[in-house]
Ligand binder design. Structure first.
Ligand code: HEM
Length: 406
């Protein structure tokens, strides 16, 4: 195959921005590999899995940083220096090991009552209204739970929400976003520094993740202060936009399939299946990226050293060789393994937390929002690191009030 014969995907073209899946599908008809302005796009799921576990590839954070002209010493550069996705080898393993105990399936299950209570409280705040912009409901939910897990006051959400939203543009490969990301990160660095200082000045130790991390940083050997600051920003932001948009996308697909909404309401046993299928059907992570460390021979194609590979995870669930009728939303499908949460060493540490968040939300929503329907046109986000919506106006028949936490 000649690399020059491949389809080219223009990520800023309106056709792509409006319907990336259609553009990927058209390119996939030609080949599993396509071109994009910064390198190549890997379109089939097996190839994505292979690239994500191939040690001939690196995560491209430093490459992106150079491409965007991120200057040394700026908040953006400080963040990328210790950001989990930028690290590999022993440093990455050490940080993952520190976080792992707080993100097990068992630990996620402990938070289910709080998740249930939180989504009920958010719906209560609608004051019995029969319509809302669902993006606003989804926005408050994961961040409240993540704050609780970390030990961060939920009163602070108003302070950092805007900065966290801007930070998701750090992965948009767009030079114009650098100044905004620097602005947001400058605030986030100040915020987490205050948070750590306040915790260090408290007389009594608390039993939460923030305390564990602050203690590890205080011994000076396990974790440096700068690593601690970046880790906190990483955790606050990583689970926010992803889980929020996954919830919005799940609502959208269920608005398009009202029969599935009723089926879950009648049979709560279907919650997990519907969440799994939503994760396959609509992944909020538009793409992740890797760069080749060497000239890489893969499937008989030579990909030159230092080539940027874009892996559109949002499209991985639509691969015909993995799923029958992949464009059909079918929670009852047999085979439903996806790479929505990534693959390899950078596999999402928050996966169990995210699944629990989505399952608890769905089980409450089907009870409290009966017969939901689109009230106005949804506003899709432009292509950036995240697939999602800026507005999803819905109306519904309010169901019975909050049930007590299970
Ligand atoms: C539906 C929700 C979520 C999705 C779809 C998602 C997806 C992903 C993906 C695809 C990656 C790997 C990226 C790559 O390899 O380039 C990742 C990594 C990560 N995720 Fe998530 N995520 C979600 C929720 C969360 C939550 C709730 C948290 C924690 C509070 C979290 C924390 C992280 C962290 C820290 C990493 C970096 C791991 C590393 O580099 O070792 N995520 N996520």
């Amino acid at each position: 195959m000649q690399l020059s014969d491949l389809a080219t995907i223009e990520i800023h073209d309106p056709d792509f921005v409006n319907d990336p899946h259609a553009v990927y599908s058209a390119a996939m008809k030609k080949n599993w590999l396509a071109r994009f302005p910064m390198g190549y796009v890997v379109l089939d799921q097996q190839a994505m899995r292979d690239v994500l576990t191939d040690n001939r590839c690196r995560t491209p954070i430093r490459d992106i940083s150079a491409m965007l002209g991120v200057e040394k010493g700026t908040p953006f550069a400080r963040f990328y220096d210790h950001f989990l996705l930028a690290l590999d080898g022993e440093t990455h393993r050490r940080l993952r090991m520190m976080l792992a105990p707080a993100f097990t399936q068992k630990e996620a299950a402990k938070y289910r009552p709080f998740m249930n209570e939180t989504i009920n409280r958010i719906i209560d705040s609608l004051d019995g209204a029969a319509e809302c912009d669902f993006t606003k409901v989804a926005a408050r939910y994961p961040i409240t739970v993540i704050c609780d897990i970390l030990g961060v006051s939920t009163d602070d959400i108003d302070r950092f929400e805007e900065w966290v939203i801007v930070l998701s543009d750090a992965f948009s490969l767009n030079e114009e976003t650098v100044a905004k990301v620097n602005w947001a990160l400058a605030h986030l660095f100040d915020y987490v520094e205050e948070l750590v200082d306040a915790r260090r000045n408290q007389n009594e130790k608390k039993d939460d993740l923030l305390q564990t991390l602050v203690d590890l940083a205080t011994d000076g050997e396990s974790l440096s202060d700068e690593e601690l600051r970046v880790l906190l920003i990483n955790l606050i932001s990583a689970g926010y936009d992803t889980t929020k948009n996954q919830l919005i996308l799940m609502m959208k697909v269920l608005l398009d399939h009202p029969e599935e909404w009723s089926k879950v309401a009648d049979d709560p046993g279907r919650v997990q299946k519907v969440v799994d299928e939503s994760l396959r059907f609509y992944n909020p992570v538009s793409a992740t990226f890797r760069v080749t460390n060497v000239d890489m021979d893969y499937r008989g194609t030579l990909i030159p050293k230092d080539t940027m590979l874009m892996l559109p995870l949002t499209y991985a669930g639509r691969d015909e060789s993995f799923y029958d009728s992949p464009d059909t939303f079918n929670p009852d499908r047999d085979k439903n393994k996806s790479i929505t949460f990534g693959w390899g060493i950078h596999f999402c540490i928050g996966m169990f937390m995210a699944r629990a968040l989505l399952e608890e939300a769905l089980s409450v929503l089907v009870e409290r929002m009966k017969n939901p329907r689109l009230a106005d046109k949804p506003v899709f986000r432009h292509f950036s690191g995240m697939v999602g919506m800026d507005a999803l106006p819905i109306s519904f028949d309010p169901g019975p009030g909050p049930r007590s936490p299970s």
